[in-house]
Write a protein that binds this ligand. Structure first.
Ligand SMILES: Cc1ncc(COP(=O)(O)O)c(C=O)c1O
Length: 439
């Protein structure tokens, strides 16, 4: 069969629609995308598409480019590394940057225990490895995760994920020995006491506490709807894990690296995770992830049991080291809190204008903010249609926006931590005009 030859040198003059058509033909539908926008270049908190249209970016590639697109210091560090070498495999001939980065993460991780780290490439891999380490440490099999949690798209991570559509549909069976409990969300009538009672019930009816290797929890649920875990809940889980010798794995993949106004969100609850998974904002767009944790737990697997060909690539290590410098030098932790405050003021005013539509605001965690859209002000009537329409209209008006939530009715805001007030206001003006048009 002959294959049509693609035209050469045509990449820059095709429209978004034309690329969409080619994508539909070439890429399987399972790898979908939100916006009908094909990116040509991006800088800071702005993106330009192949048609030359400009967008304000309130998504940062799902909480990744927290220092803004193409941050010069990170680009310079990556370029310098590329000119030295791009890959040798950290499991064959390692390099100083992988050691320096581990030292840095160990020092930054919450708590006073001695820490060690390992590197992988994606968030899902970090979660998988955290469970492997917890099982090796405890010799136990069970893992408890929470309804609405999201931990990635590999089999074990998907099994831990507490949301069926679109992540788990068609893909079962999932790995055994995973148990889910409700996540406390006051707005939806699930209290901390309810959630803890459910974990206790799991111990009675499904798996003995002495058979549980790990409890895996996000300090703010990401995909699940940007619901923060209450301080008393995380502290109670910490105590429960201590009582039963269970490894507490805190998934900071979306919340880490200054996103919530602290270097790591666990600090807000004053807990020390046994293991912490990190990725996304760690390297501002270069694929690297890690498990950081208490040294005696981290050292449980045998040599060679953890890793991967691209684990801790030199490019990722260079980018992550530069990103951590940028967070410190440009004080992005304070930046995150400032962004959160600017959003909070405007979103509260918007909620006052649309009290029946904006059912709930979540603006207490730095630059990880959300508004939940409902009908008639009723928490039990999610407005997924409006959420979808708002996203679509926002793109048309030049704003990259994301949604989330088990019920598809949450708009989440994940801008860069150094976005200017002017761009925040310009973006929120667009939201305001979209809501005025759609409601
Ligand atoms: C909390 C959390 N854990 C795990 C993951 C999976 O990360 P990755 O997509 O890099 O595998 C994500 C991704 O959105 C996440 O938000």
């Amino acid at each position: 069969m002959s294959v049509a030859k693609l035209p050469t040198n045509e990449a820059t003059n095709l429209s978004n629609d034309a690329w969409q058509t080619r994508k539909n033909d070439a890429v399987a539908r399972g790898q979908g995308h939100i916006a009908p926008v094909f990116v040509e270049h991006a800088a800071g908190s702005e993106i330009w598409d192949v048609e030359g249209r400009r967008y304000i970016d309130f998504g940062t590639g799902i909480a990744v480019c927290s220092a803004g697109h193409c941050h010069p210091k990170i680009t310079a560090a990556v370029t310098e590394q590329l000119n030295k070498f791009s890959h040798t495999c950290v499991m064959v001939t390692p390099y100083d940057t992988s050691v320096r980065l581990a030292e840095k993460l160990n020092q930054l991780a919450p708590g006073t225990s001695k820490k060690k780290s390992i590197f992988v490439t994606t968030g899902a891999e970090a979660i998988e490895n955290a469970v492997k380490i917890a099982r090796a440490h405890t010799g136990r099999r069970g893992v408890i995760a929470f309804n609405g949690g999201f931990h990635g798209r590999t089999m074990l991570a998907m099994g831990l994920t507490g949301k069926i559509t679109p992540y788990k549909n068609l893909f079962g069976p999932f790995p055994a020995e995973i148990y889910h409990a409700p996540f406390p969300i006051e707005y939806h009538g699930v209290s901390v006491a309810d959630a803890l009672k459910a974990v206790d019930n799991l111990f009675k009816v499904d798996i003995a506490a002495s058979d549980v290797a790990a409890i895996v929890v996000e300090p703010v649920q990401g995909e699940g709807g940007f619901y923060p875990a209450p301080v008393e809940f995380l502290q109670a889980l910490r105590a429960l894990c201590d009582e039963h010798g269970i490894v507490l794995v805190v998934d900071e993949i979306q919340t880490g690296f200054a996103r919530t106004g602290k270097m790591f969100c666990s600090e807000l609850s004053d807990i020390e995770p046994d293991l912490m998974t990190v990725a996304k904002g760690m390297a501002n767009g270069f694929p690297i992830a890690a498990v950081v944790g208490k040294a005696e737990i981290m050292d449980s697997p045998l040599p060679g049991g953890l890793g991967g060909t691209y684990a801790g690539s030199p490019i990722g290590c260079a980018a992550a080291l530069a990103m951590i410098d940028v967070i410190e030098e440009e004080n992005l932790i304070a930046g995150s809190s400032h962004v959160g405050e600017v959003f909070a003021t405007r979103l509260k005013a918007l909620q006052a204008k649309h009290p029946d539509t904006i059912g709930h605001l979540r603006t207490d965690h730095g630059a990880m903010m959300a508004m939940e859209l409902v009908k008639h002000g009723d928490a039990d009537q999610p407005d997924a249609e409006l959420t979808k329409s708002l996203l679509g209209l926002a793109y048309q008006k030049g704003l990259v926006l994301l949604s989330c939530g088990s019920r598809g009715n949450v708009i989440r805001y994940l801008p860069a931590l150094n976005i200017s007030d002017d761009l925040i206001n310009e973006g929120l003006d667009i939201i305001e005009s979209c809501l005025a048009e759609l409601t």
